[in-house]
Design a protein around this ligand. Sequence first.
Ligand code: G4P
Ligand code: MG
Length: 171
Amino acid sequence: MEKRYFTYQQIHKSAQRIAEQVEASGFDPDVIVAIGTGGFIPARIMRTYLGKPILAVGVAYYDINDKPTESPRKVQWIEEAEKKLSDKKILLVDEVDDTRTTLEYCVRELMRHHPEEIAIAVLNNKDKPKKGTLPSEVKHYFVGETLGDTWIVYPWDAHDIDEHDQLASHT
Ligand code: G4P
Ligand code: MG
């Protein structure tokens, strides 16, 4: 599969573009919810521009014995703070919308806390058939760059960041 490398510089600018889209849309989030771990760094950069607090959630596709599971499960979720989500506008952030399973799961779980609105922001959406569907309550979907069905290599996965940046400069 074709690979696409992104540098931290590109990620930062992508997150900035998303924040600008959010501001231009009129959607004014009260809180950012970052889906870990891929959503952590993008959410933090968006906070620089949007100035809103971040709550973190973690979902995984493996169980306690490291066995793969069919559907996502919570490994970390909003506890004390979740009461405060009712009537709030949430910006749900992840790095990539691939199958959409995780995003659907997180939107549905967050909706149980009766937020006023949930919008989604991802650095990259893959233009491909999706397994997950987003509820009609999701009115805003912000994306940095839409790609085909390629494998994206993010800088935080690099063991050698200089080599990673080299590879990014060739694509
Ligand atoms: P989605 O619902 O947001 O579409 O994500 P999906 O569950 O399909 O993705 C499963 C895992 O695969 C996620 O990681 C996601 O980040 C990762 N993934 C999907 N496509 C790519 C890609 O092109 N490049 C990279 N680097 N990762 C990809 P996860 O299990 O949630 O782990 P984490 O890395 O976020 O901690
Ligand atoms: Mg992820």
